[in-house]
Design a protein around this ligand. Structure first.
Ligand code: F6R
Length: 605
């Protein structure tokens, strides 16, 4: 989705901002723009272009100098992708320039009012409303102009504002769309995503909703939209700039699939407590007494994170014997849920910024619930809003489709389930068994990834399928869900996941030679039941690709996955299917890292 990057300091700002925009390309966009100024040569210079950042770069003239600037990649919402609709948006007097992420809900009303007052709009965007509101404010200070403007808009925004008469500052504001400040030595950065900052600084300040900031070259201050000063201590981000390089792989998806053994090693590191056969989860903020009082667990997330939550719920039920389930956060928040004080709510989000999840957390907090976060991005909105939680330490995930974050999230849930289990009735013996299983994971992942060539051949065979069915039972079902999502989003092949136990109740009608089935068949107590499902498919001449711990007679092909503990098997069984999705998409020539119509973090509804 849209990206913002800004800089104020002494350096030539245009190349720096263009490089920042390139680092945000992975989020998906359709046009880009940049505006620069400097205290020595006031006045705003702007260039915008439909298309890629390189198209914008080609349009930037040689004499486009400045030491202060803001830039943007736009994902069209109000108005088609075009040069005119690209951000920044400038006021008629060329004094105010604004870049904006998010959606202004009352833009239509405000636009009509402004037009009635004689304002001429150049673009179809909601953002232009903001530009005119700021430009028309009679307040002296830029901060007050912006404050007045954001107080009349409804909706979500992350904005950065430049003013020709105030070239010594950038004013930014956040409500529902991330804004991160990067603190440098006599220079300051702003971006909607840490990815654009890490080559320059590791000192980060993340704004809260309702917060604004003024950036000057050697100083920054934060305050609320009401004008009250807030304290903002910079935190240090651990992510390396190199994590954003492709490292010899052809896509980020491929790179991130192959990073999983290391990533899992990281989520485990320093957390296992062999003495008590449990794990330490420092940020949980939940003591043993409180843990024992939990009567239910409700996990909320979207898309892949929701699927990781489904696996997490099963682990918590199995290991801690606490009733647990997962629900899409996007559904939960709209059904006026009954919020129960004895339920532990867990918000799962890779980015920590997904609007539907954040809104669910805010609703829960408002009703007095205890909410934990299982999040990858340190200091993100959901991590800060939650009462405690677990960081999944997958490192930055650049590909729009999630792979390593999914795997690390499921491991984080295994840690939580073990921790909760050991505060309740899980025996030392079972605790030890799970710990041994966890320790085996990185090596087993490496073993799975060694089968890439074989999976690639399978993918090439299945690439012409029009549709695929994914089935699994109990532990295998969320794995099937996630594998089906992965295939459809990256290859655009229609895929559907169903509980294997439900085949007879409908989907069996679909089975024929042209519809391949991918079956998750773990060696657990349901093995025979799963085999019976394969028989039923085979009897109807359906093709079967099994992911199993041993060859499956009824399957046309079986991908063998190393066996772990039954409860932990779901962490591993989806990994070959990430490769299947990747190689299918590759065989079909898809834009693997940026599937059509999708964005990395969905910070709007
Ligand atoms: C799919 C995918 C999405 C995200 C979803 C939630 O591969 O990545 O389904 O999982 O948009 O995003 P986060 O986890 O950032 O809340």
């Amino acid at each position: 989705m849209c990206g913002i990057v800004g800089y104020i300091g002494k350096r030539d700002v245009a190349p720096l901002l263009l490089e920042g925009l390139q680092r945000l390309e992975y989020r998906g966009y359709d046009s880009a723009g940049i505006v620069v100024t400097s205290p020595k040569t006031p006045g705003l210079k702007m260039v915008k272009a439909k298309g890629r950042v390189r198209d914008l770069e080609a349009k930037v003239p040689a004499r486009f100098k400045g030491t202060t600037g803001i830039a943007h990649t736009r994902w069209a919402t109000h108005g088609a992708p075009s040069d005119v609709n690209a951000h920044p948006h400038m006021s008629a007097d060329q004094k105010v320039a604004v870049v904006h992420n998010g959606i202004i809900d009352n833009a239509g009303d405000l636009r009509r009012k402004l037009e009635a007052d004689g304002v001429e709009f150049l673009s179809e965007t909601d953002t232009e409303v903001l530009t005119h509101l700021i430009a028309r404010s009679t307040a002296e200070k830029l901060e007050d102009k912006v404050r007045q403007a954001v107080r009349v808009i409804e909706g979500t925004y992350g904005i950065a504002v430049l003013h020709a008469d105030h070239p010594d500052r950038i004013v930014v504001a956040r409500n529902g769309s991330p804004v991160v400040l990067g603190i440098g030595e006599k220079e300051m950065f702003v971006a909607s995503d840490i990815a654009a900052l890490v080559t320059h600084t590791r000192q980060i300040v993340t704004l809260d909703d309702g917060e604004m900031a003024t950036l000057k070259a050697d100083d920054f201050r934060t305050y609320t939209t009401e004008g009250t000063r807030t304290t903002a201590e910079p935190t240090t981000v651990e992510w390396e700039a190199e994590s954003y390089d492709m490292g010899g792989h052809d896509t980020y998806m491929h790179k991130e699939i192959h990073e999983q053994a290391d990533a899992v090693d990281r989520v485990l590191r320093g957390r296992i407590d062999d003495r008590f056969s449990t794990v330490h989860l420092g940020g949980l903020n939940l003591d043993a007494r409180e843990a024992r009082q939990i009567r239910r667990v409700k996990i909320l997330g979207c898309g892949t994170s929701y699927h990781a939550g489904m696996i997490g719920a099963q682990m918590i039920e199995e290991l801690a014997r606490i009733p647990a389930d997962a629900e899409p956060a996007s559904e939960f928040r709209y059904r006026n849920p009954v919020v129960d004080p004895d339920t532990l709510y867990i918000a799962v989000s890779q980015s920590g910024e997904t609007y539907d999840v954040l809104a669910a957390v805010q609703e829960l907090k408002r009703k007095g619930a205890r909410v934990l976060g299982v999040v990858n991005v340190v200091g993100s909105a959901i991590a800060r809003e939650a009462d405690g939680g677990i960081y999944v330490h997958a490192g930055p995930e650049v590909c729009v489709v999630s792979t390593k974050c999914f795997t690390n999230t499921t491991v984080a849930f295994a840690l939580l389930a073990l921790h909760l289990g050991r505060t309740r009735d899980l025996s030392v013996r079972d605790g030890k068994r799970i710990i041994e299983g966890l320790r085996k994971l990185p090596e087993q992942i490496t073993e799975i990834l060694k089968q890439e060539e074989a999976v690639k051949e399978l993918a090439e065979q299945y690439a012409d399928a029009r549709s695929m069915l994914f089935i699994g039972r109990v532990r295998g079902y969320p794995v099937a869900r996630e594998a089906s999502l992965k295939l459809k989003e990256v290859s655009y092949i229609h895929a559907e996941a169903y509980p294997a136990s439900e085949l007879k109740h409908g989907p069996l009608a679909l089975i024929e030679p042209a519809l391949p089935t991918v079956a998750i068949v773990p060696d657990d107590d349901l093995l025979e039941k799963n085999r019976a499902a394969l028989e039923e498919i085979k009897a109807r001449e359906g093709k079967i690709l099994a992911v199993a711990h041993q060859p499956q007679e009824k399957a046309d092909q079986t991908i063998i996955v190393p066996k772990n503990e039954d409860e932990l098997d779901p962490i591993l069984m989806g990994i070959p299917l990430q490769l299947l999705a990747y190689h299918t998409a590759k065989a079909l020539g898809r834009d693997i890292d940026k599937p059509r119509n999708l964005a990395k973090s969905v910070t709007v509804e």
